[in-house]
Ligand binder design. Structure first.
Ligand code: PHE
Ligand code: CO
Length: 288
């Protein structure tokens, strides 16, 4: 049955997936027969490039769970992953044709279903793909669904999303998603490690996020994350750092209703660090 494609932001580009394949809940079967030899090879090359960058940059829970994705030389079958994931944490992955609207997305998460786009980027998009594809969704998001605390957090996020939708606060909550589930860092073994899927599935961002001196790295403050704008077209200029998944769970456990009220009254914060003030002040007053 045909459903409306999800359109985000102000892009004029039509969404990429074939939404005629999706059911009412926006899920669809993984069209495994549709993958070409080139598609499998793209996955293999993406996996290989990313795997060598993980030690010292990805968090331990991610590295430990990654082999549970199975095949690394071709696109895995979702059902094979579910045979391991469901017994581990009760989560399942479900195919989707691409980005889906907020309510169906939150509903899936609240039911411990993680939507995974089933198509893969073209070879021309090897380094950068605008919409999430099967490599981003599987490699970036699914390993941490094997972690019991992170798994519970993702479900709580889905439940919180349905509430945010009722309160008209989805944009604020999506900033928190961006700065945690997509671009979060965790302090671990005395250093910074990535747990956010947008970092873990990107070679450039993985190195930038943990090692570049350019971005600011702030201890996670839920209110501040909700106020902070973000960039979708460049490496992040701000990362929020958690101490553990349990700390993330605990920090996001309170009822956000009063927080949304408060944040709505406060100005937005820029995506990046404050610009270094010019050394030559126009007034000439600054000395030394
Ligand atoms: N505690 C949040 C609320 O009451 C829900 C939530 C949980 C949001 C986990 C994000 C992550 O709205
Ligand atoms: Co993602």
């Amino acid at each position: 049955m045909a459903v409306e494609p999800a359109v985000y932001g102000s892009s004029d580009r039509p969404p990429r997936g074939n939404y005629a394949r999706a059911g009412d809940d926006y899920t669809c079967a993984q069209d495994y027969a549709a993958y070409s030899a080139q598609d499998h090879d793209t996955y293999r090359r993406l996996y290989e490039r990313q795997a060598v960058l993980l030690p010292g940059r990805a968090c331990q829970a991610f590295i430990a769970a990654l082999p549970a994705l199975g095949a690394r030389d071709r696109i895995p079958r979702f059902e094979d992953i579910n045979a391991r994931l469901a017994p581990a944490t009760g989560w399942r992955i479900v195919g989707v044709p691409g980005l889906i609207p907020e309510v169906p997305f939150f509903t899936l998460l609240a039911n411990r279903r993680f939507p995974v786009t089933d198509w893969i980027r073209t070879p021309q998009e090897f380094d950068y793909v605008v919409e999430p594809d099967v490599f981003h969704d599987l490699f970036g998001h699914v390993p941490l669904l094997f972690d019991p605390v992170f798994a519970d957090h993702m479900q709580a996020y889905g439940q919180g999303g349905l509430k945010a939708h009722r309160l008209g606060a989805c944009e604020l909550l999506s900033r928190l998603y961006w700065y945690t589930i997509e671009f979060g860092l965790v302090r671990e073994s005395g250093g910074l490690r990535a747990y956010g899927a947008g970092i873990l599935s990107s070679p450039g961002e993985l190195q930038h996020a943990v090692a570049s001196p350019a971005p600011q790295r702030l201890a996670l403050d839920v209110e501040r994350a909700m106020r902070t704008r973000y960039r979708i077209d460049a490496f992040q200029e701000t990362y929020f750092v958690i101490d553990s998944f349990q700390a993330l769970f605990d920090q996001t456990a309170p009822d956000f209703t009063p927080l949304y009220e408060r944040v709505r009254q406060l100005p937005e914060l820029p995506a990046g660090p404050p610009r270094a003030t010019s050394q030559a002040q126009p007034s000439g007053a600054a000395a030394g």
